[in-house]
Design a protein around this ligand. Structure first.
Ligand SMILES: *Cc1c(COP(=O)(O)O)cnc(C)c1O
Length: 427
């Protein structure tokens, strides 16, 4: 598409957008200093679907009116409540319904799944992560290695970006596994790198990991609801995600997990709780454990209904919109954003997100040494723009195709220009 740097052009794209109707189904933050919000932070905390309050109130009412009977409510029994996320999770993850489950939160799920799939031996005990891994993933990997009696300093292998310092190259991963694969028990990698926004080649990572004899687990925090996934076909052993970023499930929302079906009957162990027991016999309270079919075996505990309710409200919108349409719009939104920035700022603002491997997010960096990047970020905040700052110098912005518009992108670039001007005036 040929983009144009005119507000009317952005408005015309919005008028033609088949997903435009979803915008009004979300609550946007309040105006500030007389300025409407430009919210580009759905990669950190998605906006509230207006349906969310109704979904939560429904469960509060059920608790109020039915008390313990709510577990067996004829329409929405809490016993089966997490399963209301299953169809949408399976669609978003590219999985069979039996392979996904709503439970816990992300880092907890990474640990739980590592207890099943990180099974180190004396010779093969290392975990491969990327060198700029999200801290929680690194801490989780290091502590798993320590719990198994190995030294994390020796046990963590890092896949490092080359050249520009931020783009991960799958060829480098192949070479690393060629050299050191024999000692690696697990590849724990993101689907989308949180800092750079790079979408990793998950299919190839799975192939390389299996070829090296290693388990493969994905952290999909920035991938789920952002890019199309085909976990069942790609074949990682496990994956986990949170629901508060692109999935708009609310702060601290319940997370999701994937276990590939080849592990359902292969003797893979799991830490068990009564919610992983088959529903048919769970309340017999018998000493013997009868595993639920599929990924539900990994669910340990009574699910948090009030945390799930807003997630379900948002998943309805995802089901209605469909990932194929969302991704098509996302490419245009982010493409327009990148194009406008290039047009307007003549290299002073650049991006570390590789053009051919991006989802919604663009990670901006200030290339002009005369501009203070942190001050620029604050100038954006003052103009009611929400993106986020990541040390040492990255401003992340992510137009979410479910509720952001081309007008938002245009307005962001306008305010970025204002911010740069204000800083220039100070200098
Ligand atoms: C957001 C994010 C997390 C957060 O984990 P929680 O357990 O939900 O706090 C972890 N890892 C990555 C890569 C993330 O982007």
């Amino acid at each position: 598409m040929n983009f144009e740097d005119r507000r009317e052009f952005a408005a015309a794209l919005d008028a033609d957008d088949p997903l435009g109707k979803f915008r009004e189904r979300f609550a946007f933050p309040l105006p500030k200093g007389g300025r409407t919000p430009v919210y580009l932070c759905g990669n950190s905390l998605g906006l509230q679907p207006k349906l969310a309050a109704q979904f939560v109130e429904q469960e509060l009412a059920q608790w109020r009116d039915c008390a313990v009977g709510g577990h067996f409510h004829p329409e929405r029994p809490w016993l089966a409540y997490p399963r209301r996320a299953t169809a949408a999770f399976a669609a978003l993850a590219g999985a069979e319904p039996s392979e996904v489950v709503a439970m816990n939160t992300l880092t907890v799920n990474l640990h739980l799944l590592m207890t099943s799939f990180y099974r180190p031996t004396a010779e093969r005990f290392r975990i491969l992560i990327e060198s700029q891994a999200f801290p929680s993933d690194r801490y989780a990997a290091a502590s798993q290695i320590r719990m198994h009696g190995h030294d994390p300093a020796a046990g963590i292998v890092e896949w490092t970006p080359r050249g520009d310092g931020s783009t991960l190259d799958t060829g480098d991963l192949a070479a690393l596994l060629e050299r050191e694969g024999d000692g690696i028990a697990l590849l724990l990698l993101p689907g989308v790198q949180y800092l750079s926004g790079q979408v990793l080649d998950m299919r190839e990572i799975c192939r390389l990991g299996r070829q090296a004899g290693s388990a493969v687990g994905f952290d999909l925090a920035h991938a789920i609801g952002n890019v199309e996934l085909a976990l069942h076909d790609w074949g990682p052993d496990f994956a986990a995600w949170c629901c508060y970023k692109y999935l708009n499930g609310g702060p601290g929302a319940i997370g999701g997990a994937f276990v590939h079906e080849r592990h359902f009957d292969d003797g893979t162990g799991a830490l068990l709780g009564w919610w992983g027991n088959d529903e048919a016999t769970r309340f017999e309270m018998a000493p013997a454990f009868r595993p639920a079919a599929g990924a539900e075996r990994w669910q340990m505990s009574t699910p948090p209904i009030l945390s799930l309710a807003p997630v379900l409200a948002s998943l309805e919108l995802f089901q209605e919109a469909g990932m194929t349409a969302l991704v098509a719009k996302s490419r245009q939104l982010t493409g327009y954003l990148a194009w406008l920035i290039e047009q307007r700022f003549d290299g002073a603002i650049g991006t570390i997100t590789p053009e051919h491997a991006r989802g919604a997010q663009l990670s901006l960096v200030v290339r002009d040494a005369a501009i203070d990047a942190r001050a620029l970020f604050e100038a954006l905040c003052e103009r009611n723009v929400t993106g986020d700052w990541r040390e040492p110098n990255v401003i992340r912005v992510a137009p979410a195709p479910l509720y952001n518009s081309f007008g938002d992108v245009y307005e962001f670039v306008e305010r970025l220009g204002e911010g740069l001007e204000a800083l220039g005036a100070q200098a």
